[in-house]
Design a protein. Structure first.
Length: 281
């Protein structure tokens, strides 16, 4: 399940960059998760209709917090940030969210963090530095704003994973994902109408892209992510997200013909070593 999640989220990076050429950042996030809501309704209808029972709404504050962190804020920060910073900067910063997952899991879930996990995280971060390459990172005013927004996206995702884990034991992965996605999608509306004008895309290609993002990268991947969190500690699950920039660069090489250099190959080796070490920890 983690492999599918990493593959889909790795692919989403390139797809979002392509989609931003024709759709504003908040609108693409809103439409993506509106489509994902249809996925969760269909999945609940055919697998377990108890998902739609409203008993979960007694924890509505928790569900709003999950949706706000992992759906609304994370995707707004990521999409808007991508307009100002480079893909390389964004890949590195977004991949830092497992560091915040480890920190939040230690602070709030009281999960034990072993020395091997700390070393594994450090190796994976070192690998990401090689993948991006110090010479590729830009430090202009616009890129700094984009970097800060992307960092907020990474922190929001870590908060989403930790807060969401506390709700899984009560309601299960599909129910938590469905209702948090529902609240998170609704919370896009205020910033959407405040900062953008909603104009539906006219290109079939953009709708195909949004369908892939919504049904697979949001719907299926978010559901599988919570299923993973039901089975393994947040620290170990989060470490696997270090693979995402490796997948992202590889897909960009295939789709956009971006070159893969020695730095990438060396960095990928460090990332794989770091993830393996953290998983064994």
């Amino acid at each position: 399940m983690l492999s599918v999640v990493v593959l889909l989220w790795g692919a989403s990076f390139t797809l979002i960059k392509l989609g931003l050429e024709g759709v504003p950042p908040i609108e693409i996030a809103f439409l993506r998760f509106l489509i994902a809501t249809a996925f969760f309704v269909t999945a609940g209808y055919f697998t377990d209709r108890r998902v739609f029972r409203l008993d979960v709404l007694k924890d509505w504050k928790l569900l709003i917090a999950i949706g706000l962190a992992g759906v609304t804020l994370c995707n707004i920060f990521q999409n808007v940030g991508l307009q100002y910073t480079t893909a390389s900067d964004s890949s590195l910063i977004l991949a830092s969210n497992p560091v915040f997952i480890v920190l939040f899991a230690w602070l709030f879930l009281k999960e034990r963090t072993k020395a091997t996990q700390i070393v594994g995280v450090a190796l994976a971060l070192l690998g990401l530095v090689f993948i991006v390459g110090p010479s590729k990172i830009s430090f202009g005013l616009g890129s700094t704003l984009g970097d800060l927004l992307t960092l907020l996206a990474a922190i929001s995702w870590a908060a989403y994973s930790i807060i969401g884990k506390t709700a899984l034991s009560r309601y299960g992965a599909l129910k938590v994902t469905f209702f948090s996605n529902l609240f998170g999608t609704a919370l896009f509306l205020p910033p959407l109408f405040a900062f953008e004008t909603l104009v539906l895309p006219s290109s079939p290609w953009l709708w195909l892209l949004l369908a892939f993002l919504g049904l697979l990268c949001s719907g299926l991947a978010y559901f599988l992510w919570f299923r993973v969190l039901e089975e393994v500690p947040a620290t170990k699950a989060g470490a696997s997200l270090f693979f995402i920039p490796v997948i992202s660069v590889a897909i960009a090489f295939i789709v956009l013909s971006e070159p893969i250099d020695l730095d990438f190959l060396l960095g990928a080796a460090f990332v794989i070593a770091g993830v393996v070490l953290t998983q064994r920890g």
